[in-house]
Design a protein around this ligand. Structure first.
Ligand SMILES: C[S@@+](CC[C@H](N)C(=O)[O-])C[C@H]1O[C@@H](n2cnc3c(N)ncnc32)[C@H](O)[C@@H]1O
Length: 253
């Protein structure tokens, strides 16, 4: 297991890393465990000895969920995230590198690539997808999981309740946005900023197309949470209708 440090990797995500470790832990946060990881494993359909590259791997939650015999390389811009990932992972087939995934320096080959809840945090997603094209083997697969770009736009989407119905409202969809996210808005002393980048769905289709990918499948995943109390009925209906996450499976044309 090795770690290559880049001198330019002191990003906002470094400061956010302890907070992220607290909410994700060893097995992932609720949505990792209940929705994202089981579905990503199904979509990746990893075969024995295949090589998986995980871009924006964070503290390595996917690495800890895959079968032992998969060759795994996790890349993240934050060396703090990578340090945590290494400390939680004893598998000798796993490698981690602190690197900006937008740089064209991924001297790698991959049978499968995963980008889980991370492309939306990368400032130059086109460059990331271009790198995916470079490193993915023929017949390889790219699996991207996003916070749903139509319904979960931080600070630009919300719920409203009217006439016993819960609606999702959105005030910005087509225009790209850079959205600062506070880790602890009510605890100013420990508050750190990271950034989320919003693009419409057609943008993802376009950057995949322009880099020689074909979209095989799009899935939309809802929350399995259930409400209790007087509004449980309308909340559960809204949750079942408005997806939280979108997954894109793409392969090379
Ligand atoms: C929300 S976290 C998701 C991490 C992990 N995939 C997970 O599901 O727990 C987003 C990650 O993207 C990483 N990231 C942001 N910009 C990046 C870039 N340009 N290159 C590589 N990683 C980046 C951050 O450091 C952070 O770990």
């Amino acid at each position: 297991m090795w770690q290559k440090e880049s001198t330019k990797n002191n990003t906002s995500w470094g400061k956010v890393a302890p907070w992220y470790q607290k909410i994700v832990g060893n097995d992932g946060h609720f949505y990792h465990r209940e929705v994202i990881l089981p579905n990503v494993l199904r979509l990746l359909n990893l075969k024995s000895e295949e090589k998986l590259v995980d871009l924006g791997c964070g503290q390595g939650v996917l690495a800890r969920a895959i079968a032992q015999d998969i060759e795994y390389c996790g890349f993240d811009i934050s060396s703090e995230m990578i340090k945590t990932a290494i400390s939680l992972d004893k598998n000798l087939k796993h490698r981690y590198t602190a690197i900006d995934a937008t740089h064209n320096i991924l001297n790698q080959r991959a049978d499968k690539i995963a980008i889980i809840l991370a492309l939306q945090n990368m400032k130059k997603p086109f460059a990331v997808i271009r790198n995916c094209k470079e490193i993915l083997n023929l017949n390889g697969k790219l699996v991207i999981v996003l916070n749903h770009p139509a319904f979960r736009i931080p600070k630009h989407g919300d719920w409203i309740v009217k006439d016993d119905r819960q609606f999702r409202i959105v005030d910005n969809y087509m225009s790209p946005l850079e959205i600062p996210i506070e880790s602890s808005p009510f605890d100013k002393k420990n508050n750190e900023l990271s950034y989320s980048y919003h693009y419409p769905l057609s943008f993802y289709s376009e950057i995949l197309f322009d880099n020689g990918f074909v979209i095989e499948k799009i899935e939309e995943w809802v929350s399995p949470k259930k409400s209790t109390g007087i509004k449980a009925g309308i909340e559960d209906k809204a949750r079942a209708e408005i997806p939280l996450f979108m997954a894109i499976v793409a392969s090379k044309r």
